[in-house]
Design a protein around this ligand. Sequence first.
Ligand code: ZN
Length: 400
Amino acid sequence: MMQKKRVLSVILALTLSIGCAIPAQASSISETQKKGEELQSQKDSAEAEKAALTKQLNDLIDEMDKTTEDINTKQEEIDAKETELIQAQIDENNQYESMKKRIKYMYENGNTQFIEVLLESKSIGEFLNNAEYIAQISDYDRQMLKEFQQTVQDVDDQKTALETEKAELETLQTQLQDKQNEVSTLISEKADLIGDLETAIGENAAKLQALQEEAARQARVQQEAAAAANRGNGSSGGSSSGGSSSNSGSSSSSSSSSGASSSPGASITPSGSGRLSNPCPSAYISSEFGGRTSPGGIGSTNHKGRDYAAGTGSAIYASASGTVTTVSYNVARGNYVVINHGNGLSTLYQHCSAIYVSAGQSVSAGQNIAAVGTTGYSTGPHLHFEVWVNGTPVDPRLYL
Ligand SMILES: [Zn+2]
């Protein structure tokens, strides 16, 4: 939280007294290194959780494939049962018809009284009841009809049971689909978190790099001051030695060459188009955009934005006019705002302590949209500012 302030006070203290500054700088470096390790371990566990979820998703997909197969098999069984049922109904009907023929034959040969009753039967059930009273009808016919009826009933029951099983499989399939959607959402949330952690790791490593460069610079200043003091002592003691003046000349040339060798790290500053304005004029730039190799061994950095260090509550301004697309919070970015400026250009403002706009709102360039803070993965109050071209972070200096 307080490192940024501490760095500032260290720099201030340095100008007054060089001696006590180095230990505080060193502890800030070790805190930042520790923070980097913490972030890395958070990322590792998020990766592990994502891998476990992915496995769960694959298992669900396998299970869904199997259920789909089961449903298809069940449907084939139902179709076969349907054919069987139709055949059983045909058999039943044939038996009924041939039975009626035999009865008609009997009718034509006498026994009219009961047979009339029989032929007026409106259903098979009624017919059978009537048939109970007619001794002339053969037991064989009656038995056959009952058997055919029973077959129809059995096949129909089997078909109903299959349909129930199929409905259960379909319910299971729906549940699996819901579960799959749920797990997919969790996976994409994990992927977002991992991306944000990568950003935080990059930011932290960039900060570490800056601290280490500052510590090295201070060490040089201290060495030079000590060397100057030694030379001062030497010249006051030994008065007019010709060697002393040539020695001081070589030492100053070596210090200027070491100063020159550290400057290529700052390298080329891209010339900006001026399309965007400074989102936080009250701040100083504490870290630039870009990938660097961290000398602390925390890993290579990938700083996706530019950091503006300023006190909590300092005003953050819209870098250009546009529409607010997102106002949200997450554990890495803290409170953040995204503004779409059209033509594929967007800007992102992270770690805010307060936000004064809402999604969907139009903003004008230079409008006060938020306040600097240290929410999310942040080691001190600052604005982490990103510029996106079609969703890909680019060096903000290209547009400022
Ligand atoms: Zn940053």
